[in-house]
Write a protein that binds this ligand. Structure first.
Ligand code: ADP
Length: 251
């Protein structure tokens, strides 16, 4: 049961009485628990076929292949791995745990790799994608997890930009932390939407009116990863003008 109460005033401003509302939220709580169970079961069920796909891709990659075949299989492998990570993250986000294993890493290289991997997608969407990084930026981070954050932010920036857009990924170091910005000239979002955008399963009102695919998990997972590194992530955006996602992590 949740309770809300409010004092009522009469026309002269005097105290007239109180209204107390009791709401039975049992159904809501049950529905949320059922949704959690569903997510958890589905995640488990997805893992087995995905692991099998990845296993066979690895076997094929050991064969004699021409350049085109190898390239196609590499893409299948990369996307299957992403799906597997997403499935694990769904489970992890449900259990409220996210483990990071920091090691010495050149983050400039991670940024460049992420941008290179997204170039074909950017070209297909007619979006100009660029990276501005120092030659090296050594930090103590979980490379796979930080790449996941970068992939998420870069792919969102492309996905939510119309034809002719620009996406710039910049990286710099200062005050013992690295700052990475992913700036786009895309559809942007309202201040209300910015406040919610890191909430699980949330999609902005302008995106809900489109058929751009997505589930609303990339940003909450990115936030969990950045926070597991002792860092912060935020968005600055204007509707119809573009968005800048900035994350900072201690080096
Ligand atoms: P998904 O993209 O799968 O919906 P995310 O968690 O990555 O999930 O993003 C949540 C929502 O935030 C998106 O659905 C979209 O409404 C909004 N969003 C994220 N990145 C951008 C961006 N660069 N520009 C505009 N809206 C964005």
């Amino acid at each position: 049961i949740t309770t809300t109460a409010r004092a009522m005033k009469d026309p002269d401003g005097g105290f007239a009485g109180s209204v107390v509302v009791f709401s039975d939220v049992t159904d809501l709580v049950n529905a949320l628990a059922a949704k959690d169970d569903f997510v958890s079961n589905v995640s488990h069920e997805f893992r087995t076929p995905l692991t099998s796909i990845l296993g066979y891709v690895e076997i094929l990659l050991d064969d004699e292949l021409d350049g085109h075949q190898r390239h196609a299989l590499e893409i299948i492998r990369r996307n299957s791995e992403r799906l597997l990570t997403l499935v694990s993250d769904l489970l992890a986000s449900r259990n409220g745990q996210l483990i990071v294993t920091p090691q010495a890493v050149d983050v400039a290289e991670l940024v460049r790799a992420s941008v290179s991997a997204a170039l074909p997608k950017a070209a297909a969407s007619r979006v100009a994608l660029q990276a501005a990084t120092p030659e090296r930026l050594d930090a103590h981070v979980d490379a796979a997890r930080i790449s996941q954050v970068l992939d998420n932010l870069v792919s969102n920036a492309i996905k939510y930009s119309p034809d002719g857009g620009n996406v710039l990924v910049s990286l710099e170091e200062g005050d013992g932390r690295l700052t990475c910005r992913v700036r786009d000239t895309g559809m942007g979002m309202s201040a209300d939407d910015q406040a919610e955008v890191f909430t699980k399963f949330f999609r902005t009102s302008s995106v809900r009116q489109t058929n751009i695919p997505g589930v609303g998990l990339g940003l909450p997972i990115s936030k969990a990863i950045v926070e597991a590194h002792g860092g912060t992530i935020e968005v600055d955006s204007a509707l119809g003008q573009g968005s800048t996602f900035t994350f900072q992590v201690p080096v």
